[in-house]
Write a protein that binds this ligand. Structure first.
Ligand SMILES: Nc1ncnc2c1ncn2[C@@H]1O[C@H](COP(=O)(O)OP(=O)(O)OP(=O)(O)O)[C@@H](O)[C@H]1O
Length: 365
């Protein structure tokens, strides 16, 4: 079943949260589907952790409703909710063994010893820690500890697993490895995962859908590709990756599309899907991602070309970023190029011919 066809697991109905005078959640309305890997993404202080905690029952809301699996959670304490949380600082008990840590949440269930052993074994297997049950928890690496915390949450078979920046304490390599493992694990167990992160790359890699939050509101909720290709505002476009912005003017708008003139690029015809945001404020801006344009080398030709001067060159090994000041514009735009062996190197100050594509342009108005 595709995620779109799945039933609703979480529903926020106009959720507001005040801390004293501070309005931390400003009317959140959204649904999260069963079995979905969903991320709350946004800068520090935008309210993503607060929203996650309203699902867990650690935070009372000021107005609105949080529904889980069709039930209004008002007055339902955290320990009676079908959710479990994995924290940023993986709170495992260093003086217990791995198996004791994992079985900790089941201690109240008073299961027969064999069943407990079996369930702990299953949970350890799931997170790739088979055979490590007898190990002292303090003797584990950061990555292994995070797995213990996951196993401890999964053993309770929650309907929803809440993950608050679970990978932020790990180094880059380990984090990337755990990202892939978490995706696999989520597919395997089929539980709804809700991840809080401020790392846009992490959200793009892991999620079925992402809610981008700013200042207590959801700015856009969409799948990763839509967020990246069709951001509805400059703010979202800028938060998810890099986007070049050029001031633009709408010349004509009708059934054929939107005819736009952008500084440095010239005229183009866009279709309505390329202006996904609502009209707001004054002025219009055309945006495109650095990888959707290229620098043309001698002999190369393109349907759409623009001229500029190289302002800066930043070498990244597999890629080089060229900052190019297009003729007739003030601020440079960025173009990223894969470094293919044998390609000539362009220096600062050199004139450059740019190929760009109207299909990659997004309009913000
Ligand atoms: N208990 C509290 N009392 C008062 N203000 C709070 C409380 N908890 C959070 N806030 C404020 O509410 C806002 C949202 O906090 P929240 O922790 O949800 O942000 P966040 O997006 O998760 O940020 P971070 O990534 O830094 O954790 C912040 O401005 C924060 O200072």
């Amino acid at each position: 079943m595709t995620v779109a066809a799945k039933p609703t697991m979480i529903e926020f109905r106009d959720v507001h949260k005040y801390y004293g005078d501070y309005h931390a959640l400003r009317g959140i309305t959204a649904t999260i589907r069963a079995g979905e890997f969903f991320s709350l993404l946004g800068p520090s202080g935008c309210g993503k952790t607060t929203l996650l905690r309203t699902i867990a029952g650690f935070e009372e809301i000021s107005s609105g409703a949080v529904m889980i699996d069709g039930r209004n959670m008002e007055g339902v304490p955290a320990n009676k909710r079908p959710t479990n949380m994995v924290f940023q600082s993986y709170a495992i008990f260093p003086h217990l063994t791995v198996a004791e840590n994992v079985g900790f949440g089941l201690r109240r269930a008073r299961l027969p010893k064999e069943e407990l052993t079996r369930r702990v074994g299953e949970a350890l297997e799931m997170v790739g820690l088979r055979g490590l049950g007898a190990r002292a928890a303090h003797a584990l690496s950061g990555g292994q500890r995070q797995r213990v915390a996951l196993a401890r949450a999964l053993i309770l078979k929650p309907k929803v697993l809440l993950l608050d920046e679970p990978l932020s304490a790990l180094d880059k390599k380990m984090r990337e490895q755990m990202q892939v493992e978490l995706i696999k694990l989520q597919r395997q167990v089929g539980i709804t995962f809700i991840l809080v992160t401020h790392d846009q790359e992490e959200a793009l890699v892991m999620s079925d859908r992402i809610a981008v939050m700013f200042e207590g509101e959801i700015a856009q909720l969409a799948d990763p590709e839509t967020l990246y290709r069709r951001p509805t505002s400059r703010k979202v476009a800028d938060f998810i990756g890099t986007m070049n912005f050029l001031s633009a003017r709408i010349l004509r708008e009708d059934a054929q599309g939107i005819e736009v003139e952008a500084q440095g690029l010239g005229r183009m015809l866009l279709d309505a899907s390329q202006a996904p945001g609502a009209a707001s404020g004054t002025g219009t801006t055309a945006g495109f991602r650095p990888e959707t344009a290229t620098i043309l080398f001698e002999g190369q030709k393109a349907e759409r070309e623009a001229m500029g001067t190289i302002d800066e060159v930043v070498y990244f090994g597999d890629m080089t970023y060229y900052d190019v000041r297009l003729d007739g514009t003030e601020a440079p735009i960025r173009i990223s190029m894969r470094n293919v062996f044998g390609r000539p190197v362009l220096d600062i100050g050199a004139r450059a011919r740019i190929a760009w594509s109207p299909g990659a342009v997004v309009l913000f108005r």
